[in-house]
Design a protein around this ligand. Sequence first.
Ligand code: ZN
Length: 207
Amino acid sequence: MELIDFHTHHPSLAGERVIQDGIDTRGRHPWHLTPSPSQRGDETHIENYGRKLLAIGESGLDKVCDTPYDLQLQVFRKEVALSENLRLPLFLHCVRAIDDVLRIRQELHAQQPCIWHGYRGNAQQIKQLLSIMGENGGGLFYFSFGIRYNEQALLNCPLDRMLLETDEDTLHPIANHYAQVAQLRGITLNSLINQMHTNFLTLFGNN
Ligand SMILES: [Zn+2]
């Protein structure tokens, strides 16, 4: 069975199935926002792109980047609304801003899955985010682990909420990543691959 790389900025390198940012998913990354919607022009673009997308994103909030935080909040709110309106999951970029992510999702009664990509948080945070389920909680989180991650978090993330990705890294093949994760989790490579296919269908099966 083919390997799935759940978030990349590049096409498939070695026959793996990739979810490529900008092709399979579209969003307004907090690093690249401009204040003027007419300059941005991508809002309508996403809407026209519509049903062919697997997800919205990556979108989110980043307290460490230079983009004014007010603008980030304003755009992220629209991205969450878009994900809800189109019934598409959201690929989340989040740096030190999870409280605002949760608040906005709660305010909008977000029900679509939220895929925290490049997850580097700890095991405790996974536990907390998995406990806030339900319509008004802004919950239903998935955690996509890149090449660098917190080992305890990876060990404690439920397999049915775990995804694997290489993001911008083209030097570390996804196959090596799968092998390392399978070994760490003490499961066979095949069962990890099967689980990733199940997760893919759960998230994107209807799109
Ligand atoms: Zn990325």
